[in-house]
Design a binder for this molecule. Structure first.
Ligand code: UD1
Length: 380
């Protein structure tokens, strides 16, 4: 039997912790091999290199080095470069994870080049077509031959959309594999000492969705609402590059002057909200694990907070990960900053739900995926 080559695609920060456990479970021998392809969608050390190092992910075999651009430019560049790679060095399967532009771009190219496409984290739907990720999810799933899901609901969605039962595998969550495997290594960032942080006495904030951060008025409203409702707890805010661009345009003084009297003496960027560059995986999750709560517009962080049992307030109207709300510690606050105050009051009064861990989020998902790939390969 001919050797079988699987391209594993990683492009942006939230992909790295999803591919790591699959690579870690990969079998030795030559029957089924992988080629790790980094598209270069995220390229900074803080957004990419550090994650490979901290998560012990092998160096990519290929880096397409696409860099940034408008959504269409970036997608087109990934497609062109991945197509050229396949023309030079063909593969048999393309395995993509998550919902970023790299996921969709490589799935399209692979399918047209006659490869089998496998999607890890298939079947998630927010129903919100304004999110670029929703388009990426639907297109990727529609092309996928194999769909690996994180929940029973995701499988139902795929069936409703016309996938065959034999294409869907409920395997759990590789992001959780990474979290559980590295939990013992979590470590405080340098600022832990400097800011004299105390366990359970601060918040972690992340914002990077275009709808929340691309307009300075909207971002300013969120930051004011957060600063006004978090009492005197420091708010730790690692800044995504996209958010950094808008944050530069916000007048720090005008924000601080509109804070309530108690917070007014705390300059926005110094005491009340502590901004910092993106953190490493181990440092970020240390902060989350020990926080009073996380305030975020990310999807992946809601899953991590659920597994760590930390309250999570999501600044979005919808989620593609409903089990973080129905089973986990997450609650959708919406996109109106006025709704944050009552939710935080409940949190401070100790009336936040406890949450439980969804089925198969047990640290063994990478192993399950690799076992399925091996079995399918042996049936070829
Ligand atoms: C992407 C994903 C999003 C994911 C997020 C996590 C898509 C559609 N979106 O959004 O789902 O949650 O990553 O981080 O794929 N930049 C840097 N350094 C980098 C990478 C980007 O400075 O290493 C800057 C660039 O100026 C770029 C901007 O950040 O224009 C946004 O990057 P981009 O990859 O377009 O999308 P994200 O907002 O990061």
């Amino acid at each position: 039997m001919k050797n079988y080559l699987v391209d594993i695609i990683a492009g942006a920060r939230p992909n790295f912790m999803k591919v790591g456990p699959i690579l870690g479970a990969w079998p030795g021998g030559r029957r089924i091999r992988y080629r790790l392809v980094h598209t270069g969608q995220h390229y900074d050390r803080a957004m990419s290199g550090n994650f490979f190092r901290q998560l012990d992910i092998p160096r990519p075999n290929v880096n397409l080095e696409v860099g940034s651009g408008s959504p269409a430019e970036q997608t087109a560049e990934i497609m062109k470069r991945y197509e050229a790679l396949l023309a030079r060095k063909p593969a048999d399967m393309c395995l993509v994870v998550g919902d970023v532009n790299s996921t969709m771009a490589c799935a399209i190219v692979a399918k047209k080049a006659g490869l089998k496409v496998a999607h890890v984290e298939a079947g998630l739907r927010s129903g919100d077509w304004r999110m670029p990720e929703e388009v990426n999810r639907v297109v990727t799933d529609s092309l996928s031959d194999l769909c690996f899901t994180t929940s029973v609901q995701a499988g139902r969605t795929l069936l409703q959309e016309g996938k065959k039962r034999s294409q869907i595998y409920f395997v759990g969550n590789t992001m959780v594999d990474s979290l559980l495997a590295h939990r013992k290594q979590f470590r405080p960032p340098a600022l832990w000492q400097e800011a004299r942080l105390i366990k359970g006495k601060y918040f972690v904030l992340t914002l990077h969705r275009p709808s929340n951060v691309d307009k300075k008025e909207k971002l300013g409203k969120w930051l004011r609402a957060i600063a006004m409702n978090c009492r005197d707890y420091p708010i730790l805010f690692p800044i995504h590059p996209r958010t950094a661009k808008t944050l530069k345009l916000i007048q720090v003084n005008s924000l601080a002057s509109r804070l309530p009297h108690t917070a007014r003496h705390k300059p926005f960027s110094e005491k009340c909200i502590l901004t910092m560059p993106p953190l490493g995986y181990l440092e970020f999750n240390y902060l989350v694990q020990n926080a009073k709560a996380v305030i975020t517009d990310s999807g992946g962080i809601t899953e991590e907070a659920t597994v760590m049992g930390v309250p999570c307030l999501t600044l979005r109207e919808t989620t593609e990960r409903p089990e973080t709300v129905t089973m986990g510690t997450n609650e959708l606050i919406g996109t109106d900053p006025a709704r944050l105050g009552p939710a935080l009051r409940r949190l401070f009064e100790g009336r936040w739900k406890k949450g439980r861990i969804p089925p198969k989020w047990d640290g063994k998902t990478g192993i399950r995926i690799v076992e399925i790939l091996k079995k399918l390969n042996s049936l070829r």
